[in-house]
Design a protein around this ligand. Structure first.
Ligand code: ZN
Length: 182
């Protein structure tokens, strides 16, 4: 089965910068499940995956525009500490969820002083040229549930994800999953 825009793909990968420094070893034996055509993978990686099949390996170098985009300095913001709530311990490097334009974005704390916290809403890989060393390990059609959610489910599904919006539906989700296994 060849990879097209409507497939779910599992890859093993290693991510490095052009100098060869490893940014993410992908986790030994860990697969990254991604749904094509929905922006789960950076655009350049999706493009490189198209037409490939299980067993194919390739290496692709992606400039920022084909990876996680250029850095946008307006996404760096200084906030009064009190905006984050009383008695919250904040340290440089912490990642927080912040609401922006009605959706939740992950932001990184880049500076903390007595009264203010500086957060950076850029993806941590924004502005970087990335080298993906990829092996395709699975290609399949998405399940109904994946289509409904608009993203791929790996073997662990939502168990490793702590998205608040799924809390209420966790019970239902687990039941569905057990039915599938039975
Ligand atoms: Zn889902």
């Amino acid at each position: 089965m060849k990879i097209t825009k409507d497939k779910v793909v599992a890859i093993q990968f290693e991510l490095s910068d052009p100098s060869g420094e490893i940014l993410d070893d992908g986790g030994e034996g860990d697969e990254w499940y991604l749904m094509m055509g929905v922006g789960e993978a950076p655009p350049g990686l999706e493009k490189a995956l198209e037409g490939k099949q299980v067993g194919d390996s390739f290496k692709v170098t992606l400039p920022p525009a084909d990876a996680y985009g250029e850095r946008e300095e307006q996404l760096v913001q200084k906030l009064p500490k009190t905006d984050l709530g009383e008695d919250v311990e904040i340290a440089v490097g912490d990642q927080l969820e912040a609401e922006a334009d009605g959706s939740w974005e992950l932001v990184t704390v880049v500076a903390v002083d007595e009264d203010t916290v500086t957060i950076d809403g850029n993806h941590e890989l924004a502005g970087k040229t990335l080298v993906f060393d990829v092996k395709v390990v699975e290609v399949r059609d998405p399940t109904d549930e994946e289509l409904q959610h608009g993203h791929a489910h790996g073997p662990h599904s939502h168990e490793d994800e702590d998205w608040d919006e799924w809390d209420e539906e966790d019970d239902d989700f687990d039941e569905d999953e057990e039915e599938e296994k039975a």
